[in-house]
Design a protein around this ligand. Sequence first.
Ligand code: ZN
Length: 401
Amino acid sequence: MRCDRIWRNARLATLAPDQPGLGIIESGLIAACDRRILYAGPEAEAPAFDAPERTNCEERWITPGLIDCHTHLVYGANRAHEFELRLAGASYEEIARAGGGILSTMAATRAASEAELVESALLRLDALLAEGLTTIEVKSGYGLARDAEMRQLRAARQLAAHRRVEVTTSFLGAHALPPEAGGDKDAYIGLICDKMLPAIAEAGLADAVDAFCESIAFSPAQTALVFEAAGRLGLPVKLHADQFSNLHGAALAARYGALSADHLEYTDEAGAAAMAGAGTVAVLLPGAFYFTRETRKPPVEAFRKHGTRMALATDCNPGSSPLTSLLLAMNFGATLFRLTVEECLAGVTREAARALGRFDSIGTLQAGKFCDLAIWDIERPAELVYGMGFNPLHARVWRGE
Ligand SMILES: [Zn+2]
């Protein structure tokens, strides 16, 4: 059988949902044709492939390429100085008075050109790619005005022209209230629904719509208005939910059939059950938990009990999670939230794909999906979760190359 390339003598963690655990195949073979997987299975049962390129993996492990399903990768400047002030004892109010916080990132993002936003985001993207990343979600939310939000989303889309990676984008206009709104959250939500979102949908700049539902951001009622506007435009929704308090954001997200609800430290069992019923993925963000020194953990036991699917992501952002490593996100997920190795690995592959609505095309090693692979110099998959700051990637394959 004709194909473009095969990888043989490999150990596969397929993550196939119909297989137990990681879906392991010892002595596996993957064949790729036209960017997609033609075969992933035991070498002994593989058809005789006629491939111009044949790679002997020498018993290395192959997983699906990693997927970071929640990032704020594109932004202006960083907040290292704020971090420095906080370590020196400055209070939140003192930092806010010195111009810190999310509005400082807004100002720097508004001041940056699209090319500058792309250039700085590429540095962070390269760190993720070096660990086998093949798909990344990038949110807006630092422009907080139509043109600046659109520039941020265009910069995110541009990343895929500079690197071999799939980029999905989420419009997060409802991230924070910009100063020109004069404290009027309802009016700003109206602007998002009536002006910003239709323009962004028309330009094809967003694959999903996200919001931050929290007392310091937007209420459940305001979030629902954004979700309804997204629904009218045929865009799926996601939500930053229950991060600092329980506003029942998880249940709200489930009610709107959200792809995911993210953070979830304060989600209750009813929220976990509602998400399971709606197929809304719980995206856990242990980098933000770690960096903000949060102590309340997401209800992992309730997610397991109700069968809520769990993904893991970096939440890469300048304020609360300056993390550019999915390997470290897995280690944090295991050490801080007590996730198992299987949950961590599924969380950055199969379940992350579901959280992006991309499960039919990526996230597992199965025939018909895109041939996105990470090939690792490890003896067992647990090493990917166990290491801290160690990168055992041997090779990254995106769309069969
Ligand atoms: Zn976030």
